[in-house]
Design a protein around this ligand. Structure first.
Ligand code: AMP
Length: 186
C-alpha cells in the first residue's frame, strides 16, 4: 500500500512518472486531468463544464474536483492498495479537503513527490507535446495559475514533512529511479 501525491508544474512529467510508479507498485493512478479529458470526450455535463475552464488554462472549480476525488477515493481498489494522485490537489482548498478525506479514511499520505523543472524547459516541453490546451497563450496562463494557486502547496507539504523534491530534467528512467528511491522505504 502506498499513498502518494505528485506535485509540480505542467510539463514536469508528473503523468509519465506517476503512471510508471503506479504500475510498478500496483496501485491505482488517479489523474484528474485524465478524468476530465474522458468526460469531455464523452460529452457529459461534467465534460462540458470542465472544457470551458480547460480551454483557457484555468482550474475547474474546487467543489467539482473535490467531488470527483471523493468519489474515486471511496472505491475498493484504493482501500486495498492506496493511490497515486496526479494533478490533484492544485489549490490549498483542495489540499485541505484531501486531508479531511484521508483522515476519514484513516489513510494518511506517505509522501509528496515534487517534480521540479526549470521554466524554459517547461515551455519547450509543452509546446512539443501539442495537446489541445498546449497553445502558447494557454500554456502561459497555466504557468501563471500554477505559480499563483498550486506552488503554495510546496510549502504546505514541506511543513508537514511530506515533501521530497526531485529534479525532473534528464533521462525518464533515471528520474523514475530517483522517485523509486524516495519511495523505497514504504
Ligand atoms: P493536467 O492534465 O493535470 O495538466 O490537467 C489539465 C487541465 O484539467 C488543467 O489545466 C485544469 O483545467 C484541469 N484540472 C486538472 N486537475 C485539476 C484540479 N485538481 N483542479 C482544477 N482543475 C484541474
Amino acid at each position: 500500500m502506498i499513498k502518494v501525491v505528485f506535485l509540480g508544474p505542467p510539463g514536469a512529467g508528473k503523468g509519465t512518472q506517476a503512471l510508471k510508479i503506479a504500475e510498478k507498485f500496483g496501485v491505482p493512478h488517479i489523474s484528474t486531468g485524465d478524468i476530465l479529458r474522458a468526460a469531455v470526450k464523452e460529452g457529459t455535463e461534467l465534460g462540458k463544464l470542465a472544457k470551458s475552464y480547460m480551454d483557457k488554462g484555468e482550474l475547474v472549480p474546487d467543489e467539482v474536483i473535490i467531488g470527483i476525488i471523493k468519489e474515486r477515493l471511496s472505491q475498493p481498489d484504493v482501500k486495498e492498495r492506496g493511490f497515486i494522485l496526479d494533478g490533484f490537489p492544485r489549490t490549498l482548498k483542495q489540499a485541505e479537503a484531501l486531508d479531511q478525506m484521508l483522515k476519514e479514511l484513516s489513510m494518511p499520505l506517505d509522501r509528496v513527490i515534487y517534480l521540479n523543472v526549470d521554466d524554459e524547459e517547461i515551455v519547450k516541453r509543452l509546446l512539443a507535446r501539442g495537446r489541445a490546451d498546449d497553445t502558447e497563450e494557454i500554456i502561459r496562463n497555466r504557468l501563471k495559475v500554477y505559480r499563483d494557486q498550486t506552488a503554495p502547496l510546496i510549502n504546505y507539504y514541506r511543513e508537514k514533512g511530506l515533501l521530497v523534491e526531485i529534479y525532473g530534467v534528464g533521462e525518464i528512467e533515471e528520474i523514475t529511479k530517483k522517485i523509486e528511491q524516495a519511495l523505497g522505504l514504504l
